[in-house]
Design a binder for this molecule. Structure first.
Ligand code: AMP
Length: 288
């Protein structure tokens, strides 16, 4: 497995592979990898085939963090990431630094951003106003550097996957977007690099995000009529906030295609939520 740090080297390698008809599968990450990332790399491996190339990028993208967020303390462990990438079947780790990705930022030599203007407005986009601009910009840049045939994203970040899919359609990127299922701990907590921030009392409470999705599913299943979204939302919020460390940021019921919020909840409605456990902000989602 090869580690590439320079944009120009990565782009040159990718162009050579593409010219020779080698299929490139790509998994963008911020590192501190876990079994969720591993499942995406394995999926990319299957898509690329044994003659293809699987590239994993590891880059903590400052542009997708708000000023008060956890950029400076985001967990990192390159040696462990390297092992996991190799075991999962990656061929290349692309690990650029900020100077490679945003040359001259603040000095006027970096000033171009990609903005999706519809799906990115609600939920994560509302709570984290510059987040998706950072995500679409870095993913567009990475696509131009890595030149993937296919890129794999996790359903854990459901809105992100939809925003990327829309960007790819709207800007005609020749990349197939694949969305892989959320990988969970045995108690239901969605795997996340940020779970590391949870202390021993917060960690068991964090399963409440998953529990609340199960609760919403049960409510839909046990009702013969559509449920009022606002009433269900209030009930679920109260359920979460019974955990002493938990504070709800949002709970949203919406149509998974349009991302429009719905007033009534039925089978097939999508739920997404964000909650703080202490200072740690976690997200989860599912189909009801
Ligand atoms: P991150 O490193 O958090 O930026 O995530 C990189 C990619 O891994 C994104 O496409 C995420 O949606 C995906 N991912 C993160 N956590 C999980 C998980 N628990 N299951 C599946 N995919 C995940």
């Amino acid at each position: 497995m090869r580690v590439v740090k320079s944009v120009s080297t990565m782009q040159r390698l990718a162009r050579n592979w593409r010219r020779r008809g080698v299929r490139i599968g790509f998994v963008p990450t911020m590192g501190y990898l876990h079994a969720g990332h591993v499942s995406l790399i394995q999926r990319a491996r299957r898509i690329a085939g044994k003659n293809g190339i699987v590239i994993v990028s590891i880059y903590v993208n400052p542009a997708q963090f708000g000023p008060a967020e956890d950029l400076s303390r985001y967990p990192r462990d390159f040696d462990r990431d390297w092992q996991l990438c190799r075991q999962a079947g990656a061929d290349v780790i692309f690990a650029p630094n900020d100077a490679q990705m945003y040359p001259g930022q603040g000095e006027g030599r970096y000033s171009t951003y990609v903005v999706e203007e519809r799906l990115s407005r609600s939920m994560e986009g509302q709570s984290r106003p510059t987040h998706f601009r950072g995500v679409t910009t870095i993913v567009a840049k990475l696509f131009n550097i890595v030149l993937p045939d296919a890129a794999v994203f996790g359903a854990k970040d459901f809105q992100q996957a939809a925003v990327i899919q829309r960007m790819v359609q709207d800007l005609n990127f020749p990349v197939k977007i694949v969305v892989a299922p959320t990988v969970r701990e045995t108690d239901g907590l969605a795997m996340s690099s940020r779970n590391k921030y949870l202390d021993a009392s917060q960690r068991p409470q964090a399963t409440v995000l998953w529990k609340v999705i199960q609760r919403a599913k049960a409510a839909v299943k046990n009702s013969s009529r559509p449920l009022a979204a606002e009433k269900l939302r209030r009930e679920l919020k109260a359920f979460i906030q019974r955990q002493p460390a938990a504070r709800v940021d949002y709970i949203q019921f919406f149509d998974a295609q349009t991302f429009e919020p719905v007033r009534t909840v039925t089978g097939g409605t999508h739920i997404a939520l964000a909650a703080f456990l202490g200072n740690t902000r976690l997200i989860d989602n599912g189909t009801l």
